[in-house]
Design a protein. Structure first.
Length: 78
């Protein structure tokens, strides 16, 4: 598991699902540069590899993105 956190503006709870939509931008982020493509692309790549992407955010405090990929067992003896 990998967690990436920031201490930015955060995202209102009712807008959390927007960040996973292509070109989706929360109201607070519309004045900030960006295309709204980053997290949807990350999620698509992670899920195609059998993983999960999640987001926790606190308005005015920041956000944490959690990426989880499946692990492969130890290599078989040759």
């Amino acid at each position: 598991m990998l967690e990436i956190a920031d201490t930015g503006r955060g995202i209102a709870p009712e807008e959390l699902d927007l960040v996973w939509e292509e070109l989706g931008r929360a109201q607070e982020a519309r004045s900030v540069e960006g295309s709204g493509l980053g997290l949807p692309m990350v999620r698509a790549i992670i899920e195609r590899h059998g993983g999960r992407a999640g987001l926790d955010s606190w308005l005015g405090e920041g956000s944490t993105v959690t990426l989880t990929l499946p692990t492969q067992g130890p290599p078989a003896n040759r």
